[in-house]
Design a binder for this molecule. Sequence first.
Ligand code: KIV
Length: 272
Amino acid sequence: MSTQAPVRRITAPQITARKGGEPVVSLTSYHAHTAAIVDKYADFILVGDSLGMVMHGMESTVPVPLDLMIMHGRAVVRGTKRALIVVDLPFGTYEESPQVAFRNAAKVMKETGCGAVKLEGGERMAETIRFLVERGIPVMAHIGLTPQSSHTLGGFKTQGRDEDSWPLHEADAKAVAEAGAFAIVVEGMVEPLANRITAAVDIPTIGIGASAQCDGQILVLEDMLGLNPAPPKFVKTYGDLGSQIENAVALYAEDVKTRAFPTDAQVYKVKP
Ligand code: KIV
């Protein structure tokens, strides 16, 4: 009989309960090994559709298919035991109708074992968020710079530079909160607007390129580790993995070329 109590995963309502309290720590992760490390520190891990660009070299998140999200979502759930796992619904899988969104969100939850999904959009997605939440699917909203709409936004541009646009962004935040979202990612938004939104809604705001006063923060793991040669300007890098990997690969190549492999690495050598 096991004497250890099972580790319970953090739930969406527990994230909501952090509003105005200890800041919520979150990062993206797309694969089991990095997720296992992030799991020790993060309250939730996002399997973001940014994986299309970061892992698969796509130019935007628009081409990301649902099956790819499910594959990476499964890997992250397998690698973790503590954090809430949130999986992004990719472009084209939820905008058409609440019913289509439910079918795809339910597939993601069943096939990955994740605890919530995220979708982009404010007021226009409120009806869908309510439909999913009423049917048992916790939804994280995402407003401000919404990368899936980069074609209509005219690129990856900071939102709210023009004060006249603030009421629209505030209305987006209020609409998704009233619809039942358990938290909102606020991306690429001028700081005073992100602060106003944080004060205006009763669910946590999770900032990325927005404001340190949000109720939590998220970054793309590869950006903060120094693996992205051209990270967004707002990203603080906490590591230099790009150079470390390059140094290690160069040392390895040298060992191979000079036949300097350590003998204990030659386990497959045929014994005389
Ligand atoms: O896809 C993603 O990684 C995201 C984060 C940047 C919030 O949506």
